[in-house]
Design a protein around this ligand. Sequence first.
Ligand SMILES: NC(=O)c1ccc[n+]([C@@H]2O[C@H](COP(=O)([O-])OP(=O)(O)OC[C@H]3O[C@@H](n4cnc5c(N)ncnc54)[C@H](OP(=O)(O)O)[C@@H]3O)[C@@H](O)[C@H]2O)c1
Length: 326
Amino acid sequence: MIRIGVIGAGFIANKFCDAVNNSNLDGKLAAIASRSLDKAEKFKEKHNFEKAYGSYEELFKDKDIDLIYVATPHGLHYNHMMEILEYNKNILCEKPFTLNAKQAKEVFKKAKNKNVFIMEALWTRFLPTIREVKELTDDNIIGDIVKLEADFCFTPNKDDDHRLFQPKLGGGALLDVGIYPITFANIFMGRPKNFNSDVKMYKTGVDIAETIYYNYPDRQAILKSALNYELPLLAKITGTKGKIIIEGLHETESAKIYDLDNKLIREVNHPHEVNGFEYEIKEAIKCIKYNKLESDIMPHSETLNVLTQMDNIRESWNFFYPQEKN
Ligand SMILES: NC(=O)c1ccc[n+]([C@@H]2O[C@H](COP(=O)([O-])OP(=O)(O)OC[C@H]3O[C@@H](n4cnc5c(N)ncnc54)[C@H](OP(=O)(O)O)[C@@H]3O)[C@@H](O)[C@H]2O)c1
C-alpha cells in the first residue's frame, strides 16, 4: 500500500483525494500539509487522512510517506519539488510541472540522482478515451490527420490576486489551460515545425487569452486558451477519411468518429470510474511498485517537450515570470 502525502489543501487536492478514496487502487491518504494547521485539520476530516500538518516541511520529513502529491500553484512547484527531493520522496506534481523547461531539467536531474519516481500529473494523457482515440488514429481510422482544433477557454470568476492572475505564482492562460490544447497537438500530430500566435495580456502582467497556430508540413493545429471568455471544451481532429470530435477535451469520457459523409462510424466511451484522476494515480503507484523512475505514458521527455514549446511561445511574446528575470 503506497502511503500518500498531499501539499496544498486547495481546489485540485480535493479532486485528487476523492479519486484516491473512491477508486480501487493500492494507495492511501496518509498526511495532508497546509500552511495553516486549522485548514489541514479540516481537510484531514473531510478526506479521511491519518495526519494533518501545519507546514509542508513536516510532511516532507515524515518517514511514513512514500509519495507526495504537489497541489500548490505552479510558480512554487520547482522550490517545493527541490525540497521534497532532499528527503528522497517520490513525487506526483500537478501540471504544469514547472514554469519552464530549465527548472524541469534541474528537478529531473536531482530526482535521478536521488533514485526516486517523479511524474507530471497531466491526467489527460492517462484517460482511456484519449488512449483509445490515439490507437485508432495510429491505425488510420480517419486517414492522414490534416487539422486539429482544440479549445480550453473559460472565465474563472476569481479576483486579480488569485494564482491565475499572479505572475509570481505562474499565472496566465497558457500555463494553466493552454497546456491541454498543446498536449493534444503533441499527442496527435507531434512537435510543430514552427508556430504563430496572437496573445492578449492582462493588467496584472500575465497572458489572459491566446490563439496559437502550430504549423506542420501540409497540416496545422489551431489551439485556443483563455481566462476571459467561454468556449465549449472540445477537440476536433480532421483527417483525409473523416473526423473525430472529442467532447470535454482534457477531462474527456467520450469521442465520436465520422466518415467524410458525416456518418457516425464509431463511438468511444469510457466513463470515469471516479472523476478521471484515478488513472494517473494508478500509474504512479504501479511505477513505484515496479521501481520505475518514470512513466512510459508521461515520460520526462514529454514534460520537457511541452514546457520547451511553451517557453518558446512566451519568449515570442516577451513574457517572462519574475523567477526567470536576472
Ligand atoms: N489537473 C487539473 O485538472 C488541474 C485543475 C486545476 C488546477 N490544477 C493545477 O493544480 C495546481 C493548484 O491549483 P488549484 O486550482 O488547486 O489552486 P488553489 O485552489 O489556489 O490551491 C493551491 C493551494 O496551494 C497552496 N499554496 C501554497 N502557497 C500558496 C500561495 N502563495 N498562494 C496560493 N496558494 C498557495 C494553498 O494551500 P494551503 O493554504 O493549504 O497551503 C492553496 O490552497 C496548479 O499547478 C494548477 O495548474 C490542475
